[in-house]
Design a protein around this ligand. Structure first.
Ligand SMILES: Cc1cc2nc3c(=O)[nH]c(=O)nc-3n(C[C@H](O)[C@H](O)[C@H](O)COP(=O)(O)O)c2cc1C
Length: 344
């Protein structure tokens, strides 16, 4: 049997295969962050296509934490119902579904309020200067993450992913490129990891022990002295915690595109080496993502022990049924949805 189509058990949840749809903002939420029919069709289609785990886009834990006003939110009980409908649809199709909980920090372009950040430094010329969070405000945001996690549980999600990548709020705390604080949330690696550690603990305290928790990080900022892979390894060393089941390894987003001192070589599988080093050196379960389109590359990544799960983004936008054709390319017999069997 191929690795790609072998099941994986994470806590009490079993995913039918190793293929995950990477979280992708659709900019199709109703005003105030409500899920729409678009989200239902978009997410359920990938379950029809045989994806082992579908991840819902970055979903804001408070209004000013949205990247754009078209993003989903989970800051009120009213957001639960439309998401519950999507969860039910995916479950009825035999799939599993998770939600990425997020706060955009200084990269928020929402009109909901002044963006917030570890330090009052705008992301780029076109962005607003963020408000520097006090320790009390940090704790309030962590409570918002925990409340959103409780709502995700009520909606029936199987997995939560905490978004700590791409230069959004948690990533801003992790990276010295955005975090210039001199209190216990800035400076040393351990201090910069504190916001993430406390957020993980806050989410875990309300998320059942039977359900997996994923965390997405940027393994590199493409800088020479901020979040290099070596620094990420140190940081994960401080964070290494029983609470997190899967580390979803992405990169970039803290420094505006084109201004990174280190070139991003975006070739097929370019982020896999990060997932691989983190898995090998720290013994963590990792998910690889980034320009993985061919079944052979996905299978090789797993067989070589470079990652445990494979997330696909744009390839699944191009082809929601990618797992069905990938199975055939790898010589696997997987069940097709009954109404589609004549196309097999
Ligand atoms: C339209 C679009 C929206 C995205 N939104 C998110 C998001 O909400 N959260 C996130 O962590 N990454 C987001 N990403 C990044 C993807 O999850 C993925 O990491 C990236 O596209 C690389 O994978 P790919 O080459 O398979 O597309 C987005 C990417 C795209 C193309």
């Amino acid at each position: 049997m191929s690795c790609l189509f072998s099941p994986i058990k994470l806590r009490e949840e079993t995913l039918a295969n190793r293929i995950v749809m990477s979280p992708m903002c659709q900019y199709m939420a109703k005003e105030d962050g409500f899920a729409t029919g678009w989200h239902l069709v978009h997410l359920a289609s990938r379950a029809v296509g045989g994806v082992g785990l579908v991840l819902v886009e970055a979903t804001a834990v408070e209004p000013r934490g949205r990247i754009s006003d078209g993003d989903l939110g989970l800051w009120s009980d009213n957001h639960i119902k439309p998401l519950e409908r999507i969860v039910k649809a995916v479950h009825d199709l035999g799939g599993k579904i998770g939600i990425q909980l997020a706060h955009a920090g200084r990269k928020s372009e929402s009109r909901a309020g002044i963006p917030v950040a570890p330090s009052p430094i705008p992301f780029d010329e076109g962005y607003r200067t963020p408000h520097e969070l006090s320790e009390g405000e940090i704790q309030e945001i962590q409570e918002r993450f925990a409340e959103a996690a409780q709502r995700a549980l009520r909606a029936g999600f199987d997995v939560i992913e905490v978004h700590a990548a791409h230069g959004y709020l948690i990533s801003e705390f992790l990276s010295p490129a955005a975090n210039k604080r001199t209190d216990r949330y800035g400076g040393s690696t351990e201090n910069r990891a504190r916001f993430l550690r406390e957020t993980i603990n806050a989410v875990r305290s309300v998320w059942p022990k039977e359900r997996p928790l994923f965390v997405r990080i940027s393994a590199s900022d493409y800088t020479l002295d901020c979040m290099t892979l070596e620094e990420t390894l140190r940081l994960l060393g401080c964070l290494k915690s029983e609470a997190v089941d899967v580390w979803d390894i992405s990169s970039g987003g803290i420094v505006p595109t084109g201004l990174q001192p280190v070139a991003i070589g975006a070739y097929p599988g370019y982020q896999i080496p990060y997932a691989s080093r983190i898995k090998r050196e720290l013994g963590l379960i990792t998910m690889a993502v980034g320009l993985i389109s061919s079944p052979e590359l996905a299978e090789y990544t797993l067989q070589a022990g470079n990652a445990d799960l494979i997330a696909l983004g744009r390839e699944l936008l191009r082809n929601p049924y990618w797992p069905l054709s990938a199975a055939s390319a790898l010589g696997e017999e997987i069940p097709w949805p009954k109404p589609y069997e004549r196309a097999k």
